[in-house]
Design a protein around this ligand. Sequence first.
Ligand code: LMR
Length: 331
Amino acid sequence: MKLKFVLASFLLAIGCSVSAQTVIKFSHVVAADTPKGKASEFFAKKAAELTKGKVKVEVYANSALYKDKEEMEALQIGSVQMLAPSLAKFGPLGVKEFEAFDFPFMFDDTAELHAITQGPVGANMLAKLEPKGIKGLAYWDNGFKSFSANTPLKNVADYKGKKFRIQSSKVLEEQIRSIGGIAQVMAFSEVYQALQTGVVDGTENPISNFYTQKMHEVQKHLSLTNHGYLGYAVIVNKKFWDGLPADVRGQLEQAMKESTVFANKIAQEENDASLAGVKKSGKTIVYEPSKEERFALKKAMAPVHIKMADRVGKDTLQEFYKATGFDPSKL
Ligand code: LMR
């Protein structure tokens, strides 16, 4: 009888502890060995540690759960609780201010970027997600994008008539148009095959994405143009987040704070290591454009800033220009 009672209490205790555990599904589209992949694993570990096991974060890399567009819908309906979509993904959601991040040559370096992402402008932009049922927690860096193709990309004329895969972004579409290319919107998980089969000629991405998706196997030329930025906002389903016990939410906020420091520390290192990997593979010729060649690209893309200003909103753009010192009219 006593034994039965002990057993029942034991089972009850296990049952209770299992049902008390909160699971956060964290879905993303890139490989596990990327800045975002590593930072999300870091967050999972920190969350378990700081909540003492009350929260379990399950990370799903490489579009294992959802592709680009679907993941945002899944978050809004609560099928996943956490994502870190690239900033370009918020324009199609209707929060156009985020498209300012897509403008070519907006940032010269990470310090200029952080003036936005770690300051009030970035925080105000995250707050604009709330009416969409989304709470923005942090910005995570990836890096600056480079162009690839099967033919050399040195001069602006080299881009003419080529089809480039882009993320779904009107600003990126205009960017490709500005250099005479043809923009093709496509989910990230489909890019490798599209490059392999020639559905598109080239693409743009930070090197860590290029290398970990093995795009160097199917692209002969990579030009280190650093012409635009790609990074992330870590977001959660707002209803889920607000419904967490305050102490647990605080512990997760702390885990996110530490993960953000980690993410932004490793981003450049990961991109450097990926570039070394591409070079070592010997499959892609890596080209470093001269100062003049890069300036010619910048000049060709400058009209994007004028044409797309109204979409994003002049106030947001002015805030960006104030932080970065970029002035398209001076080109
Ligand atoms: C892309 O679609 O190219 C990027 O959003 C992938 C990423 O880094 O999330």
